[in-house]
Design a protein around this ligand. Structure first.
Ligand code: NDP
Length: 369
């Protein structure tokens, strides 16, 4: 049988997309036989830019479907109803969210609100008894993330962070190769992710809504990438910030470089910025080989090469792959990918240390996870 579920099982077993088909097309990835059984019913909370991307991508999903919305802006409702065929009884705002508890049309709420609202919203959703997916960065601090995990555990609901790359074929392939020992011992990692941010009035530049700047928003990709490149958790951090525009970046970090020390001896040299473009790469070097993804962390198409040559893998729509993958976990009990709340917490612990090191003029911060 050649179903999408078979494919997801194969990649989750670590065979990797490349091993299945050298050039798997987007069409064949998503238009395989329909999966029997019911779909995961998803409500999106916070109908901004990223919610729109997720909603459009979910039209390709085989195992997940958009059934509800939570919004604080009534003027958005008509368009979302029309575009996604949302029933009136599945439309909520931030004040009547608790009524979702009784709604059988919603299994999971996917939170796509500004960073500093994540904790409050995760706690609210967990209290309804629905599963939770929360966008990155998981929270403002590790302590908040711990409280979110505890609330979801107490409520008996699944809790995921939107690390879409863990269902992305190139990313999965380099992880598979590392786990299979094809690079040998990992000696060094060099990751960076950033962009030049526009509108100076947006919430991403306000500490009260963003929690932090580039490090929180996209530095987390370089950091998470260093963890999947090594398969280890960092034991120390050093970090530095460069601020070339103290007016625009008065409240949040602009450009951050940070170094992560791993128990195996590798150091990851990482960077992030809100003030220039063309800054996106993952590069991991082992004793026997290397992998480079460039671009590595955006919506794709992701491209890459290893010491064996170009990665002959076609990219997919990340958000569709993520939502089908999570549906398989929630509905069919497939093992959770590396995008649980605990994984988000591991990154928050390091982000806390990055900011502590910056505050202490680059002092080495030891981490006990
Ligand atoms: P937007 O500003 O485009 O949307 C955020 C939405 O949250 C708003 O449209 C609004 O929806 C709701 N909201 C509720 N309270 C507030 C408030 N006080 N101020 C502003 N908006 C509010 O942000 P994005 O969609 O770009 O980002 C949302 C989250 O998604 C962030 O955490 C971000 O890091 C993450 N993200 C993840 C990406 C990924 O690749 N995984 C990519 C891009 C973003 P409404 O009017 O419906 O209430």
């Amino acid at each position: 049988m050649n179903t999408r579920r078979d494919f997801l099982q194969k990649i989750s077993m670590g065979l990797g997309a490349a091993a299945l088909s050298p050039l798997m097309s987007q069409a064949s990835f998503f238009s395989a036989n329909k999966i029997p059984g019911r779909k995961l019913n998803v409500a999106l909370m916070g109908l901004g830019g990223y919610a729109g991307i997720v909603a459009r991508a979910m039209k390709q999903c085989q195992m997940a479907t958009l059934t509800g919305i939570v919004t604080g802006t009534p003027s958005k409702i008509d368009k979302w109803k029309k575009d996604y065929n949302i029933a009136d009884k599945n439309i909520y705002n931030y004040d009547n969210l608790q009524n979702i508890a009784k709604n059988p049309d919603i299994d999971v709420v996917y939170i796509t609100t500004p960073n500093s609202l994540h904790q409050k919203h995760v706690l609210q959703v967990a209290a309804t008894g629905k599963h939770v997916i929360c966008e990155k960065p998981l929270a403002d601090t590790a302590q908040q993330a711990r409280e979110m995990i505890a609330a979801c555990k107490k409520a008996g609901v699944k809790f995921y962070v939107g690390y879409r790359l863990h269902f992305q074929p190139h990313t999965r392939e380099i992880i598979r190769m590392r786990q299979a020992g094809e690079f040998g011992k990992i000696m060094h990692v060099n990751n960076y992710m950033g962009f030049r941010i526009g509108d100076p009035t947006q919430w991403r530049l306000k500490k009260a809504l963003a929690g932090g700047g580039a490090m929180m928003d996209v530095g987390v990709y370089a950091l998470n990438g260093a963890r999947y490149a090594t398969g280890e958790e960092p034991i120390w951090v050093t970090a530095q910030e460069a601020k070339t525009d103290p007016v625009k970046f008065a409240e949040v970090d602009e450009t951050v470089t940070f170094q992560l020390g791993f128990p195996g001896g590798a150091i990851a040299e990482c960077g992030t910025t809100y003030n220039f473009n063309n800054f996106e790469r993952l590069y991991m070097i082992g004793e026997k080989g290397f992998a480079e993804l460039s671009p590595a962390f955006g919506y794709g198409p992701i491209k890459g090469r290893t010491h064996l040559g170009e990665l002959q893998i076609q990219d997919v729509t990340h958000q569709a792959a993520q939502m089908d993958g999570l549906a398989d976990c929630i509905l069919n009990g497939k093992p959770d990918p590396n995008m649980t709340g605990e994984e988000g917490l591991k990154d928050m612990i390091v982000i806390d240390a990055v900011y502590e090191s910056i505050r202490k003029n680059g002092q080495k911060i030891l981490i006990n996870q």
